[in-house]
Ligand binder design. Structure first.
Ligand SMILES: Nc1ncnc2c1ncn2[C@@H]1O[C@H](COP(=O)(O)OP(=O)(O)OP(=O)(O)O)[C@@H](O)[C@H]1O
Length: 262
């Protein structure tokens, strides 16, 4: 097929993923546009993480195509794949830092693997990445176990940004954070997206994140995409799950509060 519009950095078409008898995603198609923050929501166990992990190649799909930076991943050679992987960063659900390495060493890890930097430069660049996410020099020397949950997420984000990626994949980045820390993390993501021009693919349950930072939202239900669009489209959707999620009792609407961003 011909090439896609330039601004689509990820193109997923007719994706089918399953395990044994279970079909988790059944004919999912969507685009991620350059520079947007796309939120993925859906019921617990509905396949959000599976979708993320399939795109990055950790889960094998049954059918469909995934194109990243105009490269059909099925046709990518190992070298092509390596080149694509260098252009994305990933923040896994629990942060997934190496427990025996300090925060700064964790950030240096992908740099050591992919870049040929002197020790001095490695120190400087990793310190700058940590600074960017609000981690100062004394915390940079701590092990993950000595950091708070919010700090671990920040360090994991710095590590995801280590190679200056164009896309970052975030799997529930604010889960486990108190509302203030979650709000700070959201602001950080929005700021980084604006200053670095990142494209962000974010799996989340966090309604505040969806309201505050996502340009567009995709809703997964019954193995398919049942709604896609900005928050306004979610608030006016009549799909039962979308309605319950965005306008139900636990939503801002349901709680009777006005929509405010911070
Ligand atoms: N490696 C695997 N092997 C077998 N089944 C799996 C595997 N990974 C995920 N699943 C199944 O796929 C389904 C979707 O899981 P997934 O983790 O994507 O849900 P989710 O939408 O991210 O949920 P949550 O919001 O609770 O994190 C679940 O039924 C899960 O048990």
């Amino acid at each position: 097929m011909g090439s896609s519009p330039e601004q689509s950095v990820i193109r997923v078409r007719d994706l089918v993923v399953g395990f044994g008898d279970q079909t988790v995603l059944d004919g999912v198609s969507f685009d991620v546009r350059r520079g947007e923050i796309l939120g993925i929501v859906g019921a617990s166990g509905g396949g959000k993480s599976v979708l993320l992990r399939t795109i990055i190649g950790l889960i094998r799909k049954r059918r469909g195509s995934i194109t990243v930076f105009d490269m059909d991943l099925d046709r990518a050679s190992p070298q092509d794949m390596q080149a694509v992987e260098r252009r994305w960063g990933i923040l896994f659900q629990q942060g997934a830092l190496f427990s025996s390495l300090t925060a700064q060493e964790n950030v240096q890890f992908p740099m050591r693997e992919h870049l040929d930097l002197s020790m001095t430069l490695l120190e400087e660049v990793s310190a700058a990445k940590l600074e960017m996410v609000g981690i100062g020099p004394s915390d940079a020397r701590k092990l993950p176990a000595e950091l708070s949950g919010g700090m671990v997420k920040r360090v994991a984000l710095a590590r995801a940004l280590a190679l200056d990626p164009e896309i970052v994949f975030l799997d529930e980045p604010t889960s486990g954070l108190d509302p203030i820390a979650a709000g700070e993390f959201d602001s950080l993501i929005a700021t980084l997206q604006q200053t670095l021009g990142l494209t962000v693919f974010m799996v989340t349950h966090d309604l505040d994140s969806l309201h505050a930072v996502c340009n567009r939202i995709i809703v997964l239900a019954d193995r398919k995409i049942v709604a896609a669009g900005p928050i306004a489209a979610m608030l006016s959707s009549e799909h039962p799950w979308v309605k319950a999620y965005f306008r139900g009792k636990r939503s801002r609407e349901g709680a009777g509060t006005s929509v405010a961003t911070h």
